[in-house]
Design a protein around this ligand. Sequence first.
Ligand SMILES: Cc1cc2nc3c(=O)[nH]c(=O)nc-3n(C[C@H](O)[C@H](O)[C@H](O)COP(=O)(O)O)c2cc1C
Length: 338
Amino acid sequence: MAGVTDRPFRQLCRRLGAGYAVSEMVTSRKELWGSLKTSRRADHSGEPGPIAVQIAGTDAAMMAEAAAYNIDRGAQIIDINMGCPAKKVCNKWAGSALMRNEALALEIVEAVVAVCAKSGVTGGVPVTLKMRTGWSADERNALRLARLFESAGIAMLTIHGRTREQGYKGLAEYDTIAAVKTALTIPVVANGDIDSPEKARDVLAYTGANALMIGRAAQGRPWIFREVAHFLATGEHLAAPTVLEARDWLTEHLHDHYGLYGALSGMRSARKHIGWAVRGLPGGEAFRQHMNTLESCDLQLQALRDWFDELGQTHDRLPPTVAAANDEDAQADEACAA
Ligand SMILES: Cc1cc2nc3c(=O)[nH]c(=O)nc-3n(C[C@H](O)[C@H](O)[C@H](O)COP(=O)(O)O)c2cc1C
């Protein structure tokens, strides 16, 4: 997820139970590879394998080159983005817009698969792909594309159960994902609106998918992965983390975050992670607003520690959160801009 799943956040999710975490998307536009944003996105130092890098673009040769470039920088799996609805990506016909141009989509897949087959140690680098159910309710072509992509050598397919037209609105549907799973032999990953262990169990059962992908529900709640894994394995709920555990995970995350982005930019971009972490908790909104006025990493860390310590005086474990509205369309638009 652009603007979310940077290396520090991926590492935290992996530590807290995620089996797999894909990088933020990296543009196939070569002129941007030297930019700070792209070079940070291609930074995998200390990351546990498999290192999966998502690439986005509209030109088959450029996408193949982007795959090779990222493999040289440590990618062990290349993921093609055909799911992003963001305007800046779609205006250039990348992301989910590619689903509307099936010939170009297939050309990109073939070019990336060909270059990845020749890369890596043995047997080449697997290529996976993420897409939506289609462009709109009238153009729901995920099943047709999935068959084409499997024949072209895609090793695993993730489907977000919304159309491009929906953005992040409405509800994800799982019938299309179930139909794709029935038709293919490669692993299929179900995605969209999975935000609790029960939902995870139900989506797995309904779609027959081989795995689940969780996005927004992990923002500020990366322990959702271990909660889901525990529930699927035992049928029982894992207790919520203690307030002090959450405080310490967030503190470690912030240190890693400042390390990657530097003090000034890290302090600013950390605000969104802190905001997600306190969202829906008692007093969380007031704290978020206060925290946005603090202008140094030390002040941010101290405020966070004080706030969680105070919460810890009335709660041993994190209390259930109250759902808060979020404008994911705007957030994704901003984050996905190449
Ligand atoms: C801010 C934001 C950025 C995203 N960036 C990407 C991206 O770079 N690549 C991608 O495949 N999906 C991206 N997505 C989509 C998510 O991966 C996921 O498909 C979607 O949020 C639905 O799953 P969820 O309900 O579990 O969040 C993004 C979503 C959001 C909200």
